[in-house]
Design a protein around this ligand. Structure first.
Ligand code: LCV
Length: 258
């Protein structure tokens, strides 16, 4: 079974999450299939990719598969080679626009994945929550930078510190989403936007996307500061609050961080 479904319509592609029983939680297996789907699209020279969930779901994606987070170990829960990070980098490096088409709620690492798509088109049901504080996860510097490149610092802090969902109206006003359209029009609007982009120069768009990625990532940090950040994060992911946060989630209870 594949955890993503792929389709090519005209000359744009559609990748649909296919793990509804676990609310499209981003497991290593789903990310593997997602990256395979992007490779398939690139082999077929697809000029826009739409990333979506089925229109029948209430949750676009529940984020990182918490059951796969390392506990009681020295492993960084968001290491460079973590499947979620591989999936996000596949989107950022795909040589054409990736548009997130969002009906339903978006959580945690899926919110990071969505803001790394080149555009987000949502409907009034879409909400966005970044949730490390709920689990005790010390989010990683690249993930924090993704949000700082999307919303003002105070909004990013509110999202990270409260772990509360931002609704569609607020998501549009702070710039998380490009457009909010009525639920019944979401697919047609997004697919037509993809068709329009497919008529533009794919070479020009590819080189502008790659430049934007490089420039957005250019964030001067000297090696000592990098080591300081890693030390700070290591103390948290090897600490009790993180292990309690993951345990509580898996035991379906509220964590006790006091
Ligand atoms: C594994 C899940 C998940 C899930 N993993 O359905 O950003 S960070 O740092 O926090 C990062 C580490 C991260 O992304 O962490 C994950 C953050 N995600 C969340 O906090 C969302 C957690 N999920 C929920 O709040 C609910 O599942 C929502 C509101 C998404 C859907 O609620 P609903 O009542 O419709 P259930 O909660 O009953 O979930 C259905 C099945 O999906 C599993 C969940 O354990 C359940 O499995 P079982 O049927 O086996 O009990 N599931 C949901 N989210 N992130 N598994």
């Amino acid at each position: 079974m594949s955890y993503t479904q792929t389709e090519i319509i005209d000359n744009f592609g559609v990748i649909t999450f296919n793990r509804e029983d676990k609310r499209n939680a981003l497991s290593a297996a789903l990310i593997h299939d997602l990256i395979e789907s992007f490779d398939f699209m690139e082999r077929n020279k697809v000029r826009v990719v739409i990333l979506r969930a089925s229109s029948r779901v209430k949750c676009w994606s529940a984020g990182h598969d918490v059951s796969e987070l390392p506990t009681n170990s020295t492993a960084d829960p968001l290491r460079y080679s973590d499947p979620l990070e591989l999936g996000i980098r596949a989107i950022r490096k795909y040589p054409a626009p990736v548009i997130a088409m969002i009906h339903g709620t978006v959580w945690g690492g899926a919110c990071d994945m969505a803001v790394n798509c080149d555009m987000i088109i949502g409907d009034p049901t879409c909400t966005f929550a970044i949730t490390p504080a709920k689990l005790g996860v010390p989010y990683n510097p690249s993930g924090i930078l993704h949000f700082l490149n999307r919303v003002p610092l105070n909004i990013a802090k509110e999202m990270f510190f409260t772990a509360l969902p931002i609704d569609a109206v607020r998501a549009e006003s702070v710039g998380i989403v490009n457009h909010i359209v009525p639920e019944a029009e979401l697919e047609a609007y997004t697919y037509n936007l993809a068709r329009h982009i497919c008529q533009q120069s794919s070479e020009s768009i590819a080189v502008m996307k790659e430049q934007a990625r490089i420039i957005a990532d250019s964030f001067p940090i000297n090696p000592e500061t990098w080591e300081y950040i890693q030390e700070l994060r290591r103390k948290v992911y090897q600490g009790e609050q993180y292990n309690e946060g993951v345990r509580a989630f898996l035991q379906k209870r509220v964590p006790n961080f006091v």
